[in-house]
Design a protein around this ligand. Structure first.
Ligand SMILES: C[S@@+](CC[C@H](N)C(=O)[O-])C[C@H]1O[C@@H](n2cnc3c(N)ncnc32)[C@H](O)[C@@H]1O
Length: 247
């Protein structure tokens, strides 16, 4: 299983574009809404492993000075197009999460989504990200739990699912994530279970029409799913943990 720049370049080159009308677009919005509740109204943000940089685009919309970093130039091309479509501006930087090309304490918020679970040991990445946070600023990340999730019910029953078709991925226990963040000298660490969504149905979810119908259904029922965040139900069935800490 791969997880390298060439594989991600290939993935993004073949990507069919922007997730504005499927369950993942709702997940991105839900993650942003949670993040927004933790941060000041304005500031400088860095997204590491940004891909199409959906959360950065939301941040740019509320006035953040955003930087999206990825080691895949193909990802950053999509991120720039995403920003253009949304009518916002930002900075786009090619770089490696293990050696981020910025001075210490350059940002008020440093975050990632869909990145850490692709590494057996993401601690060096977390330490690098924390290095760039201004004292009093926020580190935020989601991370895939080491357990079953309802969204992926039909994809894999294994505890460490092979998520994005061929990319290395492993799940994490809540205590493991808390330790990684605490070891990176973050305070007020919180790891909350979230992301209960109905299962992605095999084959059907490849149909754009089905995805649009599902999007409409989930938009309508969104408040119900969101209310499950932080609960035992999310601990059993949630797709991700939301983890954050203050420097
Ligand atoms: C699953 S995608 C997540 C994209 C986006 N953050 C999201 O949630 O939709 C992971 C991204 O991390 C990038 N990535 C993986 N390892 C990286 C590294 N060491 N340095 C920089 N980017 C990395 C990949 O190129 C890919 O764009």
């Amino acid at each position: 299983m791969s997880n390298n720049k060439a594989a991600w370049d290939d993935f993004w080159r073949k990507s069919d574009g922007f997730r504005h009308e499927d369950v993942y677009s709702l997940i991105n919005k839900a993650k942003f809404d949670y993040l927004k509740s933790l941060i000041p109204p304005k500031g400088r943000s860095l997204e590491v492993g940004a891909g199409e940089a959906h959360l950065s685009a939301y941040l740019a919309k509320i006035g953040y000075e955003t930087t999206a970093l990825d080691y895949s130039e193909e990802a950053l091309k999509l991120a720039e197009t995403n920003f253009e479509r949304q009518g916002v501006t930002g900075n786009f930087v090619v770089g490696d999460a293990f050696g981020l090309p910025f001075e210490d304490r350059s940002f008020d918020l440093v975050f990632s989504t869909g990145l850490l679970e692709h590494y057996e040991d993401p601690s060096p990445i977390v330490r690098e990200m924390v290095r760039l946070v201004e004292p009093g600023g926020l580190f935020f990340s989601d991370i895939v739990p080491d357990k079953f999730s309802l969204l992926r019910a039909f994809k894999s029953w294994r505890r460490q699912p092979d998520g994005m078709d061929g990319f290395y991925e492993r799940g994490f226990r809540k205590e493991e994530i808390e330790k990684i963040l605490a070891d990176a000298r973050l305070h007020e660490v919180e790891v909350i279970p979230a992301g209960v969504y109905p299962p992605e149905l095999p084959l059907l979810h490849r149909s754009a029409t089905y995805r649009r119908l599902e999007h409409a259904f989930l938009t309508f029922t969104g408040p119900f799913w969101k209310r499950l965040d932080r609960t035992m139900i999310a601990e059993w069935l949630g797709f991700y943990y939301l983890a954050h800490g203050v420097k």
